[in-house]
Structure formats: C-alpha cells, structure tokens
Design a protein around this ligand. Structure first.
Ligand code: AMP
Length: 221
C-alpha cells in the first residue's frame, strides 16, 4: 500500500492549512496541524492549553519538547493508513532533526509568499468563535458582517493575528524556518510553490510538482 508523508511549510497566511486540508482530504490522508491541536487545548482549557496560551498569543514559538511530544503522540495514533500531511512542524532545525530521525518524508511542500502579501491576508483573517470555520475579508467574506454563514457564530480574529504578533512570527519564520528548508533542500525533497495565485491554482501546482493525480475542485470544498 502506498503511504505518503508530506510536510507543508509556509508562513502564517500562506494557506498551508487550506492547502494541506485539500490535499489530505482528496487523497485520504490525515491532515495534522500542530497549531490546531494547540488551539484545541486552549479552547478546552486543558493543562497543556494553559502552558501555551500566552506564548501563542504573542506569536512566539512554543518549546521544542512540548511540540515534539504533541507530534509524537498524534502520529502514534497511527490512524494515517494512507499517509499524512503535517503543517506547522518542523519550525526550526532541532524539530527538523527530530522529525527526520523518526519518520521518512516523501516531500516538503514549501508555500512561498512575500511578507507584504502575508500581512494583507493575515490581518483580513477571521475565525468563527463557535465552529472555527475560517473566513477572509478579502477572499471569503461572510454573507452577514461578523457572523458565520454556517452556524451564525460571531467572527473573531485569532489572538495572534495582530500587527505585533505577526511581526514576531515573520521574524521568527525567516530566522528559524529558512535553515529548516535548507536542511530539507540538501536532501532534495523540497517543492517550492508560488502561493500567490488562488486556492485551486496553488493546489493544482502542488499536485503537479509532487506527481500526484490532478485536483478536481468539488462544490463543497
Ligand atoms: P500555526 O497555526 O501553525 O501558525 O501555529 C500557531 C502557533 O502555535 C505558533 O505561533 C506557535 O506559537 C505555536 N506552534 C505551532 N507549531 C509550532 C512548532 N512546530 N513549534 C513551536 N511552536 C509552534
């Protein structure tokens, strides 16, 4: 059986969550987002949530030990028969080394986006406070201002989608994540994709670069 293991990398707002979800859903892989797991813990007031809440709201990185144990536990569930797409991990050199020691990877999808566009997208991003559906005031506006189209919940900003937190994240990303890309590049499995075009075009490009079956957008995607 073919098991595919991908990492998707890109700064916040580059669409890694959206692209990872599309890819995983269509190819029956499991999508794993470290950021989503941590946000779940914050929302549910777990002990782990309390540990990471402030760090995350400031747009800083959570400790390596903690994230590594989250990733290990998640992958140890072994619900990924056809593979996984992991986003938001690894974010620095140590995490990359940990990952490469434990798992072989088929490809690293690198979503490339200029900082200016990141800023424009992130500051327009909203999230439903009840069902967590993603909105974007540029590309995916709700029918009624500040209300979720699906459940009517109030749309809010993520705590870390502020100018200040974003500046931290961009700085961190360039400083820590670029060396990770270099490390993966040496192993020759980085596929850089221009994240500027629309969602479907970016997905198409990912499929082409990874030699995967083409993407056929469905109405409910
Ligand atoms: P994301 O949704 O991937 O942008 O992650 C949101 C936040 O979760 C980050 O700003 C960090 O505070 C934390 N986080 C997610 N993944 C990692 C990671 N691999 N290492 C450290 N912190 C992380």
């Amino acid at each position: 059986m073919w098991v595919r293991k991908y990492v998707i990398m890109g700064v916040q707002g580059s669409g890694k969550g959206t692209q990872g979800t599309l890819l995983a859903k269509d190819l029956e892989m499991v999508q794993i987002s470290v950021g989503d797991i941590l946000r779940w813990h914050i929302q549910h007031h777990t002990k782990l949530g309390a540990q990471v809440r402030r760090t995350m709201a400031a747009g800083e990185l959570v400790s390596d030990e903690l994230v590594e144990s989250v990733v290990r536990e998640r992958l140890d569930m072994h619900d990924w028969n056809y593979g996984f797409v992991i986003d938001g991990f690894p974010r620095n050199r140590r995490q990359a080394e940990f990952f490469l020691e434990s798992y072989d990877i088929d490809g690293v999808i690198h979503l490339d986006l200029p900082d200016e566009e990141v800023r424009r997208r992130v500051l327009a991003r909203r999230l439903c406070s009840q069902c967590s559906l993603d909105y974007n005031l540029i590309a995916h506006r709700p029918a009624v201002e500040d209300r979720c189209d699906v459940c009517g919940g109030e749309l809010v900003r993520r705590d870390d989608d502020t100018e200040e937190a974003l500046a931290n994240r961009l700085r961190d990303y360039h400083r820590k994540t670029n060396p990770v890309l270099d490390l993966f590049r040496r192993k020759e499995f980085v596929f850089s994709v221009d994240a500027m075009p629309d969602r479907d075009a970016v997905q198409q490009e990912i499929r082409a670069k990874l030699d995967l079956p083409p993407y056929r957008p469905a109405d409910d995607d």
